[in-house]
Ligand binder design. Sequence first.
Ligand code: SF4
Ligand code: SF4
Length: 68
Amino acid sequence: MPKIFIEKEYCKACKICIEFCPVNILYLSDSVNSKGYNIVEVKDESKCILCYNCERYCPEFAIRLEDK
Ligand code: SF4
Ligand code: SF4
């Protein structure tokens, strides 16, 4: 079961992870971090196929994956 950790304070709402997620489970939420950026959240973690695109392409290193 994949576990997706998002470091909210690192996210700059660039949406790159959203664009590269093949199963479309990442979205920009209404929550805002201390820098004023809306943060990315996960809709349904169980649908993650652990392709690692989000972790690989996030320019802020805000996403980390674990396979439990
Ligand atoms: S690892 Fe792949 S499938 Fe899972 S959330 Fe990231 S981009 Fe989407
Ligand atoms: S790629 Fe990183 S910085 Fe950009 S929206 Fe996704 S988590 Fe945030």
